[in-house]
Design a protein around this ligand. Structure first.
Ligand SMILES: N[C@@H](CCC(=O)N[C@@H](CS)C(=O)NCC(=O)O)C(=O)O
Length: 235
């Protein structure tokens, strides 16, 4: 049987792969890693190769040698199963709550902050966020704060869990756009802790060394598409 292999995208583009990679590493599961360059123009050719063994033709994919697991959340659940459930809360109610946060993120977070792309977290120049985006973020911060109030000691549910890993790329996106978190002190402390986690730091250090992937519409003002927003304080 061949060794387990995780196919991941480039570190500054592949937020779904980051989640799966974090969970597998934290579980202690042993795997080889294969980088799939999902930047254009090679993106389509490379994803077609993935499509030969994985129906969605996307990354991440984990090939255990016996099973192809082709979704980040399924890989994260597998990571948790492979370490006796250590990456989800033991308590059934807390576990359901954690899974709600995980499912919300996996389903797109109701499109909150969708114009703050993962790629833009690594840009040297950051645009100021619109009021609507700050309101979106506040909604999210309120949710994090309430979760941390109820269960959190350090991480969302006390010990680090799949919920923290699932939200890690969002934390990267928001933290790097210098959002105001003063009203959410527990959230601010949790974001700092998560960003300083050795596995998160390892991923980000590699992402920061890569050439940027620019999206043409990053600086376009959504209220007035003819106007370009200028760099904000994080820029
Ligand atoms: N629901 C999938 C989403 C995976 C996904 O969208 N991956 C991106 C890279 S982060 C990709 O490979 N996209 C290929 C495409 O859209 O053609 C998961 O959670 O694994």
């Amino acid at each position: 049987m061949s060794r387990p292999r995780l196919y991941v995208g480039t570190r500054n583009a592949s937020s779904w792969a980051m989640r799966a990679w974090l969970a597998l590493k934290a579980s202690g599961y042993d795997f080889d890693e294969e980088l799939v360059d999902i930047r254009r123009p090679q993106r389509f050719r490379n994803l077609a190769v993935i499509g030969e063994f994985s129906p969605p033709a996307a990354v991440p994919v984990l090939d255990t040698g016996r099973t192809v697991i082709y979704d980040s959340n399924a890989i994260m659940e597998f990571a948790n199963d492979s370490c006796d459930g250590r990456l989800l809360p033991r308590d059934i109610e807390a576990r359901a709550h954690a899974r709600s946060l995980i499912a919300w993120q996996h389903a797109g977070l109701s499109s909150l902050c969708h114009r703050i792309s993962f790629e833009s977290a690594f840009y040297p120049l950051k645009r100021p966020l619109t009021d609507a985006e700050q309101d979106d973020c506040n909604r999210l911060f309120q949710c994090y704060e309430a979760t941390l109030d109820r269960y959190g000691d350090a991480y969302l549910f006390g010990d680090i869990s799949l919920a923290d890993f699932m939200h890690a790329p969002t934390v990267v996106r928001l933290a790097r756009h210098s959002l105001d978190t003063l009203a959410w002190p527990r959230t601010e402390a949790w974001m700092r802790l998560l960003l300083a986690h050795p596995l998160v730091s390892e991923w980000l250090a590699e992402a920061d060394r890569l050439p940027h992937i620019w999206y043409d519409d990053y600086l376009v003002d959504p209220r007035d598409p003819a106007t370009l927003l200028t760099a904000g304080p994080g820029g």
